[in-house]
Ligand binder design. Sequence first.
Ligand code: SF4
Ligand code: SF4
Length: 102
Amino acid sequence: MGMISSESGPGTTFMGVNREKIPWWPTIDLNRCDGCNGEYDCIKFCPHRVYRPRENPPRVDVENRYNCVVFCQACKKMCPKDAIFFPLKADILNLIKTERAK
Ligand code: SF4
Ligand code: SF4
């Protein structure tokens, strides 16, 4: 077990649905992201190890998509370049309902 507990990630469930069946994670517009000039604000901000830094030039990749907490968008709000995007919550809710009905 890791030191950091997480309510998300592979092997967990959300609303009774396997996390890996829920396509909720951030997408980075690499034309907008500048890695916060090497400061990587989103990586420092999020405790769930979703992101991985890239260097030369500094950018951010999504490495552990299922670690992202379903319906969290906290990092999007603090990105100074408006480079972080998420799916529509209504679409994902519908998908979850469909999975639950199976
Ligand atoms: S906060 Fe925005 S600009 Fe900064 S590293 Fe993350 S995605 Fe890139
Ligand atoms: S949405 Fe929340 S959990 Fe997902 S990467 Fe951003 S801050 Fe982390």
